[in-house]
Design a protein around this ligand. Structure first.
Ligand code: ADP
Length: 249
């Protein structure tokens, strides 16, 4: 579904993504893990077509900036960019029209109810709390029901109900054959959801494993994350280093 080949993105002298290569299987959920500054947002913004980069990105065989690819992809940005003078409902309607959706009213109602925004329909963008803005951001990303959806840190700022609902949505979309790429720096938040995990650090992919491969290695995702990003083995994690042990005494 998605093929990223030798993608490098530099901001001035900073290399945010270095020669990245990976692909997403159709109908799979891939989590993109990495510490802050690893390059997760940059590769997502490159895929969706917001940034210039070196290399090639194909979506279902189409160049990512083509009309065909844009019809397939959806994106939930990390930070919502809402219009202060549009209401919650108007945001949803505006997006539905921009995507030329038909019969969208029931879907708007369903999404707003699921994320507990149905009693906020008439509130303006700048009257919403941060969490509500985050939930509207998600509803806007989910509304077009794209074949491939990327979500950048979607759990941040959500209350437990919304996190549960988002996980349900991801599972439902997977069952309907959608392809998803979800970035996070909170490993716990993606437990049980993923088919493939990519671990990024300093602009590079340091690990690319399927769930089956990880299970066969006998490691947890967290163990692999720290092994890859901090060069820690399981023994290091279960037994503090001597200096740490002294500090704890
Ligand atoms: P992540 O999403 O994993 O936290 P980012 O993709 O946001 O990482 O950032 C990767 C690197 O690129 C970081 O070093 C960050 O400082 C840098 N960076 C991101 N956006 C910009 C920008 N607009 N201008 C300059 N540097 C940027």
């Amino acid at each position: 579904m998605l093929h990223v080949s030798h993608v490098t993105k530099k901001y001035g002298k900073t290399v945010a993504c270095r020669d990245l290569c990976f692909h997403l299987e159709p109908g799979s959920v891939t989590v993109l893990l990495g510490p802050n500054g690893a390059g997760k947002s940059t590769i997502m913004k490159s895929i969706i077509g917001f940034l210039r980069y070196e290399g090639e990105i194909l979506v279902a065989g189409y160049p990512n900036k083509s009309v065909e690819a844009r019809r397939i992809m959806g994106y939930v940005p990390e930070l919502p960019s809402l219009y202060p003078n549009l209401t919650v409902y108007e945001h949803m309607e505006f997006l539905a029209r921009a995507y030329k959706l038909t019969d969208y009213k029931d879907r708007i109602e369903e999404l707003l109810a699921r994320f507990e925004l149905d009693d906020k329909k008439k509130k303006f963008g700048d009257e919403l709390s941060k969490g509500m803005q985050q939930k509207l951001n998600l509803c806007l990303g989910l509304l077009p029901d794209p074949q491939m959806l990327m979500m950048d840190e979607p759990m941040i700022g959500l209350d437990p109900h919304a996190i549960k609902e988002l996980k349900n949505c991801i599972e439902e979309m997977r069952q309907r054959g959608k392809t998803m790429l979800i970035s996070t720096h909170i490993i716990d938040s993606v437990d049980m959801l993923w088919d493939r995990a990519l671990i990024m650090q300093e602009g590079e992919i340091k690990a690319n494993v399927t769930r089956g491969e990880l299970e066969r290695s006998g490691k947890t995702l967290e163990e692999m994350f720290f092994e890859v990003t901090e060069n820690l083995s399981r023994e290091d994690m279960s037994h503090p280093a001597p200096a740490d042990a002294e500090a704890q005494e």
